[in-house]
Ligand binder design. Structure first.
Ligand code: FRU
Length: 485
């Protein structure tokens, strides 16, 4: 009952402000975003009854964090999406301050959602409950209440359950903070999805040779990829270290071999998944074709949500495009999902383009400033190469340092340039996905990715190539269409 009332209030609020959001020139064309209000983490990514389901953390009432709902989009093909009714509203004693992040699995043709019920009790203290909800059609959800309480030794920062199956058993990884304030990922197991038993710590700060590694680990995900066991996690509390960990919170992965029965997971170091400014809390799913897909929140905890100009139109944040993961030669590769090619139109191709000290290269502007760009480097005899998109955004490769850099203008002070970097042995390929107010850059077949929100002037559409030295490349560009039905 209460549930419906809260959902209706959210729907009403969305209806009232939808037009204002829709009029924003920075509204994205090929990214999932909230109809109004604030979007954060991707939740419950699952392929169910022939459709992709995508849920997300949603505050319909303001462009700020707060009490979260689960918003919902559905797709037949991973390209075009339809808004579905609100899936979860924070209306029960165990989730009244937010239906926080979680995941979905399919069992006996039903969809099971696991999420964190966030509660501020009457004394103002945080409580968290790992809760379950079940659906027969993937649209209406029946809340079953808490299935896990916080175990001894942990604070109430205990959240973001990700459930998966291995052999006959179900497992759940949860992001946690110990009473000593160390970030951890803990493991539960179950035979029936309802009764869960605590197995122990899978990974954490001061474990597996990691050293001190953050006070809280959020949004874990665990899966096998080409024989490797990968743990994704978003640790809070890492200090910047040169070109690493420059955002307030990070998202990255460990790789190793896990023995879940013994709760043992010797693993290697932590690698950031994305080198840009706006990427956090990614989640993966296995789709009908056995691919491991990843979507991240195209946002960041450090940007007070007010710094985004979209807040003037009553909405903020979005999701990355879906990426396909592969494990190859000891590293994770991330490539944009092939399906996105369906959005392409108006192709232009330029072969054997020479860029030298004397000769830069410029592309004609494109409709809406929304495009995909592919650059293949065919020969390189240069100290540096830069690709300028609009006047504010620069992608630069420097031979001397073997680093790739993304520069953008600060949202509030356009004269202030901000930078993020990654190490790259050689520049072979750049793929850029440019939406009205975002940039996603994939390097060398997905070895490195940069994601950033960017707010250029609408007229600011030039794409130009410059070099110190000589280089030759093939360039292709497409306009890209819209994904929301
Ligand atoms: C990560 C996070 C999660 C939490 C959710 C709340 O961005 O803090 O840990 O479940 O957001 O919206």
């Amino acid at each position: 009952m209460k549930d419906n009332h809260l959902k209706e209030t959210a729907v009403k609020r969305a209806a009232e402000y939808r037009e204002m959001a829709g009029e924003d020139p920075y509204r994205l064309h090929f990214h999932l975003m909230p109809p109004v209000g604030l979007m954060n983490d991707p939740n419950g990514l699952v392929f169910f009854q022939g459709k992709y389901h995508f849920f997300y953390q949603w505050n319909p009432f303001e462009t700020a964090h707060g009490v979260k709902f689960w918003g919902h989009y559905v797709s037949d093909n991973l390209v075009y999406w339809e808004e579905a009714p609100v899936a979860l509203a924070p209306d029960q004693w165990y989730d009244r301050n937010g239906c926080y992040s979680g995941s979905a699995v399919v069992h006996e043709d039903q969809m099971y959602i696991f999420y964190t019920g966030n509660v501020r009790n009457d004394a103002g203290e945080r409580e968290s409950y790992q809760c379950m909800a079940v659906s027969e059609d993937g649209v209406q959800f029946d809340k079953k209440g808490p299935v896990i309480n916080v175990p001894d030794g942990y604070t109430a920062h205990f959240r973001d359950p990700k459930v998966f199956k291995k052999g006959p058993r179900w497992y759940m990884v949860v992001g946690a903070q110990t009473v000593e304030e160390k970030g951890e990922v803990v493991l539960f197991s179950s035979d029936d999805l309802e009764t869960w038993s605590f197995q122990g710590t899978l990974a954490g700060s001061d474990r597996s040779g990691l050293g001190s590694f953050g006070y809280m680990w959020e949004c874990p995900d665990f899966f096998e990829l080409n024989g490797e066991d990968i743990l994704l996690v978003s640790p809070q509390g890492l200090e910047p270290n040169g070109i690493l960990y420059n955002n307030v919170y990070q998202s990255g992965y460990f790789a190793g071999k896990a023995d879940l029965e013994r709760v043992s997971y010797p693993h290697g170091g932590f690698t950031e998944l994305d080198r840009g400014f706006d990427f956090y809390a990614p989640q993966t799913m296995l789709d009908g074709n056995g691919r491991r897909l990843l979507v991240g929140w195209m946002g960041s905890a450090d940007e007070g949500s007010t710094s985004h100009p979209t807040t003037h139109h009553g909405w903020v944040h979005a999701m990355t495009i879906p990426r396909v993961l592969e494990w190859e030669n000891g590293r994770l590769l991330q490539q944009p999902a092939e399906e996105l090619k369906q959005l392409r139109g108006n192709n232009r191709e330029y072969r054997d383009v020479l860029v030298t000290d004397q000769q830069s290269f410029e592309l004609p502007s494109s409709r809406d400033n929304v495009f995909e760009l592919q650059v293949q480097v065919k020969s390189w005899d240069a100290a540096s190469f830069s690709l300028t998109i609009g006047t504010n955004n620069q992608l630069i490769y420097r031979e001397a340092t073997k680093t790739f850099t993304l520069e953008r203008a600060n949202f509030e002070k356009p004269n202030v340039v901000e930078r993020r970097h990654c190490a790259l042995d050689e520049l072979k390929e750049i793929r850029v996905f440019k939406d009205t107010s975002s940039l996603e850059i994939f390097l060398n077949g997905g070895e490195e990715v940069f994601t950033a929100r960017v707010y250029d002037e609408a007229y600011d559409q030039l794409v130009s190539f410059h070099a110190e030295g000589d280089l030759k490349m093939d360039v292709a560009k497409w306009d890209l269409g819209r994904i929301l039905l």
